[in-house]
Design a protein around this ligand. Structure first.
Ligand SMILES: N[C@@H](CCC(=O)N[C@@H](CS)C(=O)NCC(=O)O)C(=O)O
Length: 228
């Protein structure tokens, strides 16, 4: 199994979507052959590829993290399932939409300038141009000025998760499932770039859950060095 994932100039994996797949594979006990690419190398993986993760499993190539999770449950039904029930699948879909549409943009506003700092020089012009277009012309560096506001918004957005994780160990109950890995990917992105501490309340339920996820499956998450 080959996993293509994004790297920064120091070879660190920081992409939230790639972490979803890395954790999904680890959950199944699979250590993929990791091929790290930078943004400007993604199109060279295979014709038509625009994003990572990309998973190659024999003759099958999957170019979407959700498809990777579904595929792993289909081909490896006998090992712990990522989404054991239809309810787990629906929970994971909600967490996917909420994380992608609400959490990721907020985290990006908190750490966007710092992401640029750690990219390969070849990626920096592409990243600046594409992300500043999304920010409607704002410069990445301007994000630093508004960070304190974003941190408050992030803490508020994460409030319901704090409350839930006081009541139960993982998002779906007592066991980690794919919904956890989706949320984990977002926080790991912030941790590796160096900003998770800005908005995760120390010793709160989310902090404990994150520490627990970092240690899962032999500590695959913790092995990636945290940013400053
Ligand atoms: N739908 C895709 C989204 C993946 C995605 O957006 N990946 C980002 C890295 S975190 C990417 O490859 N971006 C390429 C780019 O911005 O050019 C999935 O879930 O796999």
């Amino acid at each position: 199994v080959i996993l293509y994932e994004l790297r920064d100039r120091g070879g660190r994996a920081f992409s939230p979507f790639c972490w979803r797949s890395r954790m999904a594979l680890a959950h199944k006990g699979i250590r993929p052959q990791v091929r790290q690419v930078c943004f400007t190398e993604i199109a060279g993986i295979a014709p038509g590829t625009r994003t990572v993760p990309v998973l190659v499993d024999g003759d099958t190539m999957l170019r979407d993290s959700w498809d990777v999770a579904v595929h792993l449950d289909e081909v490896l039904p006998g090992v712990p399932a990522l989404m054991p029930t239809e309810g787990d699948r629906r929970l994971a879909r909600f967490v996917h939409h909420w994380t992608t549409h609400t959490l990721h943009p907020l985290i990006f506003r908190a750490i966007g300038a710092e992401i640029w700092d750690v990219l390969e020089p070849a990626d920096q012009p592409y990243f600046r141009e594409s992300r500043e277009r999304r920010l409607r012309g704002m410069r990445l560096e301007d994000l630093r000025d508004g960070r304190h506001v974003v941190v408050t918004e992030l803490q508020s957005a994460l409030g319901p998760l704090e409350a839930l994780l006081v009541e139960q160990e993982f998002l779906g109950g007592g066991q980690a499932s794919y919904a956890d890995y989706i949320l984990f990917g977002a926080l790991q992105w912030a941790r590796v770039i160096g900003g998770a501490h800005l908005f995760i309340k120390p010793d709160g339920a989310l902090d404990r859950w994150f520490a627990h996820c970092l240690d899962l499956h032999g500590g695959v998450g913790r092995q990636e060095a945290a940013g400053p």
